[in-house]
Write a protein of this length. Sequence first.
Length: 312
Amino acid sequence: MSLINQMLKDLDARTQQGTNHSGQEVEVVVCHLPQHSRTLPIIVALVVVLVGSAIGGWWFLYPRPVVTPPIALRVQPQVTVEAVVIEPQPVVLAAVIDGAVAAEEQVVALQTELLALQQLSQSVVAPRLAAKAVLLPATPVINASVDRAVAEEAKPSAAPLENSAVALENSPAPVPARVVIKTPSLAEQAQQLRIDGRTLIQQRRYRAGAQRLNQALQMEHSSGQPWQELVRACVQAGDLPSALDAVKRGCEAYPNDIGLRVYHARLIVESGDYDSALIVLQTGATPSVVASSDYHSLLASVLQQLTRFAEA
């Protein structure tokens, strides 16, 4: 019985507990997600634009080395007129003579025949014939080759011949002109290219000036001075590889040029290779202190740096 009573008590307790739970109010909590701000996409877009502009500006403004390739030179010959020689040609005078003189001779012949007829027959009255000077249709033209002096002398003599209708005419002849064409030499073309290169360097267009100097050196060079100009132009343009290539070619052409050796050693020192710089300075003849102070100062600096490395 005690077990049954215990089970009934448990059932009543559970029933009471279910009633309590059904009477409780249910609280529903609705969570609203936070609304995103409209300004966030605008801020993100502005940040992306600014970063892209910075990267693009850096890419355009970043200095790039200029590699000077071997230029295939095409020489355009410049045509200059050295002199124009004019050779005078003889003047041809054409003297036109009409047939007035021949007509007068015919009149004289007719008069002679009339006198003969009067002598043969005195009773016959000789009619008076009106002699007319008949001009010949064909007028002979006399061509003579004379110089200018004869032509000037012939001009005044034309005035008394007005009655005989003799006219002198000067026919102008074409004057040939001989043109002498002179092609500029390679040395002159190289000198003009150097002048153009120096002008560009003065205008701070260092790369274009270096290209002109390189073209001139490919055409003609007689000393190490043009090579030094090319090296300086490449250094001013910020193209150290091209400057090193130019100074190497200059040292091969003129190994005893002290200026080229100093430039070569300085460019090697920029890379930190002091041993190679010392070898370049000691190759060839050693100049005196008075002749090249730059050489000895650079040599002392290289030796001092090598000593520091050895002590370290």
